[in-house]
Write a protein that binds this ligand. Structure first.
Ligand code: GLA
Length: 366
């Protein structure tokens, strides 16, 4: 059986998921594929087709290993083992067309495909939300990134021609139709993969928790930044400069997502684009997870006619920028950014025109 699970974009709501806030992701037409088959012994045999690498272990020895790609699979397998569902081993081959390190959740897609495939193979009867949590747990305990739930949720719950408005506290969600009315979503891949990204990510998470502790001293009802207002952040955190900047960003971003949902629903894409750019400014100066290459790409994009907004996307420190562009201005933007980026960095700039798709599914039965 082959299962495929898509990568994702996130229109708005960055670094809000682990603060129990709101996000607006969509699954995209780039997939990770997992082929799975049963075994009669307790061995787990893995193959990364694109890397031409194998790995073998047994159920009782599942643990994080140095080959990163294995951890997204083994981490999920360990969740099934924890629930007593993994009584036999399996063979699994993985291949992906989602560029790694581009902020498109290539790792979540592998974990989600694995979770879905194992659930089918073992007749586990686990629902999609629980599978998303398995995949998130794999990232936490096997890859060391204390990520939120957005990426896994988007990969499993994606819907064609829609974005997902997810409340990361209640896990309530609704689909908002993505009507682009003459605009296009374009991704530019900076090609930058920051080696310290996971450490910096975990640091941001800790800084937010610190902010919540400070606010809760005066406002005990504040359990996460989701509950806090900008005024409360200023009142309780302003003595702590860095934590203050981080918290202001998150609180403002949550407000932006809610306003942006209205923009989407009323078809006001210009306003939506402006909010995307506001998010970038926040990520650049307050949350400080951008880098010079993505800043460059955003600055050049928003000074181009026909671009409603642009921003870095995902965890940060490189990866892709997301651009909302009038369809008839897209070619011009691509040409301009490719040549200016080559001059700025000496690198080729990859551009992806993506469309939204359904979440994880069986691609081939046998
Ligand atoms: C990464 C994480 C997500 C989310 C984003 C930032 O993609 O995996 O959980 O926190 O960064 O919005």
């Amino acid at each position: 059986m082959v299962v495929r699970s898509p990568g994702r974009i996130n229109l708005l709501g960055e670094h809000t998921d682990y603060n129990q806030g709101f996000v607006l992701p969509a699954a995209i037409d780039k997939y990770a594929y997992v082929a799975i088959g049963p075994r009669t012994d307790n061995r787990i045999s893995l193959l990364a087709v694109d890397l031409n690498e194998n790995f073998e272990t047994s159920i009782s020895d599942i643990a994080p290993v140095s080959q990163t790609w294995c951890n997204y699979i083994l981490g999920v397998a360990s969740q099934f083992a924890r629930c007593g569902l993994l009584d036999k081993g399996f063979n699994l081959a993985v291949s992906s067309e989602i560029p790694a390190g581009a902020g498109l959740s290539s790792s979540a897609a592998i974990s989600c495909a694995t979770a879905f495939a194992l659930n089918e193979l073992l007749h586990g009867g686990i629902d999609r939300l629980e599978l998303a949590k398995f995949a998130q747990a794999a990232e936490h305990s096997f890859a060391g990134v204390q990520c939120g739930i957005m990426d896994q949720f988007a990969s499993l719950f994606g819907k064609k021609d829609a974005v997902i408005h997810l409340d990361c506290r209640s896990m309530d969600y609704r689909y908002i139709p993505l009507k682009l009315n003459g605009y296009e979503l374009l991704l530019f891949n900076s090609g930058v993969k920051h080696s310290l990204a996971s450490t910096a990510y975990n640091d941001r998470r800790r800084e937010c928790e610190e902010g919540v502790r400070l606010i809760a001293r005066c406002y005990p009802e504040v359990k996460s930044l989701r509950d806090a207002t900008p005024a409360q952040v200023d009142e309780c955190v302003s003595g702590y400069e860095i934590v203050h900047r981080r918290c202001r960003y998150v609180v403002e971003e949550n407000i932006r997502v809610l306003l942006a949902c209205d923009d989407l629903q009323t078809g006001n894409l210009r306003a939506f684009g402006q909010r995307m750019t506001q998010t970038h400014i926040g990520l650049q100066h307050q949350y400080e997870v951008s880098c010079r290459e993505t800043d460059f790409l955003v600055a050049k994009a928003i000074s181009t006619e026909g671009v409603a907004g642009a921003r870095m996307m995902g965890g940060g420190f490189g990866g892709c920028t997301l651009n909302l562009v009038q369809a008839n201005a897209a070619e011009r933007l691509i040409d301009k950014l490719k040549s200016e980026y080559a001059r700025f960095t000496g690198k080729d700039l990859a551009c992806y025109r993506v469309s939204t798709v359904n979440g994880t599914e069986v691609a081939q039965k046998t």
